[in-house]
Ligand binder design. Structure first.
Ligand SMILES: *[C@@H]1O[C@H](CO)[C@@H](O)[C@H](O)[C@H]1NC(C)=O
Ligand SMILES: *[C@@H]1O[C@H](CO)[C@@H](O)[C@H](O)[C@H]1NC(C)=O
Length: 388
């Protein structure tokens, strides 16, 4: 009798949990629909009219170096020696399609965005992590990555993720400049900084982890206020980079974050739809970031600050995956593809998908190298004319 009672009470408990998660799901959906008015992909409205004027051919641009700051999209292994973080991936099956199949600490099956950006600028096809102990002096002269997976603009984000903050990345950069000066002297260092290109990508973890996730800042701030704070810190970061002598700075916004597999799993219901609240937050942040950079550019002499919209091409590919040869866009390739990321996608993961190239996402957060390659090429073609 007692046992029946136990089972019965557990059953009630389960029903309660089910009901409450349904309620959370339901309120999230209705809430976001109210503020969203079906503006799923087209806000801000897609640009139309004649495209950008054709610039000089990319080959003529002589970029001496590319420097990367931000999060996992650009990180090439800076978290490898961090012992306390889960934001690591220097183990198989990460890197299975990287040259010689090594897991370098890149959050993908192969190369990441920084590698492809550097390659398109004719600098080099693999960008070393600044903290890589095997780094050579020559590596410094053409650029490195300071980015750290799990990092973000908002001060709490790297603390929650236990990774390198944006401020710490700037400290490494300061140290980097001193090393370059010792190698090639002041004049060549100045040339590297003024003619080189710095690329910054962050913001996703501020929204995923700090606002909606573990950091639960949604309890304190509305999304409008929070994204404003993010944009302010982004602008402050860019100003500091400029302060170190970098003139050309490209800042990439956030993609439709609600469409990554983990968010589809948590908030997308059975059809695995995109989470509208995250997509809306992402668009709001992008709009503010773009305005903040425009305003900042006016106050910094000889600066070339470029806001790069990644949201539109990303959505374009998600809406027309077949045009780009993708068959699976809702699940990651590693494991079940529903939630695995970092330590959950590892050598004990029972399986990876049979054809990584047909997947948009490698794990439940991060793109496959094929997707990175396509996306970076689209951005490069669209924005190359904006660079000196
Ligand atoms: C670019 O370089 C090519 C060959 O090096 C040259 O023919 C062409 O005029 C250059 N274009 C510009 C816009 O400088
Ligand atoms: C894997 O996917 C790519 C991209 O869709 C496709 O071109 C290729 O033929 C596929 N390979 C196999 C073995 O199915």
């Amino acid at each position: 009798m007692k046992q029946y009672w136990l089972i019965y009470s557990r059953l009630i408990g389960c029903v309660f949990i089910l009901l409450s998660s349904f309620c959370i799901f339901f309120t999230t959906v209705t809430h976001s629909e109210v503020i969203h008015h079906q503006r799923i992909w087209s806000w801000p409205p897609p640009e139309s009219g004649p495209g950008p004027p054709p610039g000089p051919s990319p080959q003529n641009k002589t970029t001496p170096a590319v420097l990367f700051f931000g999060d996992s999209i650009l990180d090439t292994g800076n978290n490898n020696d961090l012992l306390t973080t889960e934001m690591k991936c220097d183990f198989r099956p990460y890197g299975m399609n990287f040259p010689s199949g090594v897991a370098t600490g890149r959050f993908s099956d192969g190369k990441v965005a920084s590698d492809y950006i550097s390659e398109l600028f004719g600098v080099k096809s693999i960008v070393p992590a600044y903290l890589d102990p095997k780094i050579q002096p020559e590596d410094l002269l053409t650029g490195v990555s300071f980015a750290s997976g799990g990092s973000g603009y908002y001060h709490m984000t790297p603390k929650i993720s236990r990774v390198w903050s944006m401020l710490k990345q700037l400290t490494w950069f300061q140290q980097y400049i001193e090393r370059v000066k010792r190698l090639v002297g002041q004049e060549k260092t100045d040339h590297l900084l003024t003619k080189g290109l710095a690329v910054v990508v962050a913001g996703s973890n501020d929204l995923f982890i700090t606002y909606y996730g573990q950091g639960a800042q949604w309890l304190i701030y509305d999304v409008d206020h929070f994204t404003s704070m993010m944009a302010t810190s982004a602008a402050s970061f860019v100003m500091q980079l400029y302060g170190y002598g970098v003139k050309q700075i490209a800042v990439i916004g956030t993609p439709p974050l609600g469409c990554v597999p983990s968010q589809r799993t948590v908030k997308g219901g059975l059809p695995r739809n995109c989470a509208q609240d995250l997509n809306y937050a992402s668009q709001l942040f992008n709009a503010k970031l773009s305005i903040a950079l425009d305003q900042l550019a006016k106050t910094l002499p000889n600066s070339n600050l470029i806001y790069i919209d990644i949201y539109s091409p990303f959505s374009q590919i998600i809406e027309n995956p077949q045009d780009y040869g993708f068959e699976e866009i809702k699940k990651g390739c590693c494991g079940t593809g529903l939630l695995e990321v970092g330590p959950l996608c590892n050598r004990f993961t029972p399986f990876v998908c049979s054809n990584v190239s047909s997947y948009l996402f490698w794990d439940s957060f991060h793109p496959t190298q094929r997707f990175y390659k396509i996306l970076v090429k689209l951005l490069f073609d669209k924005y190359i004319h904006r660079l000196d």
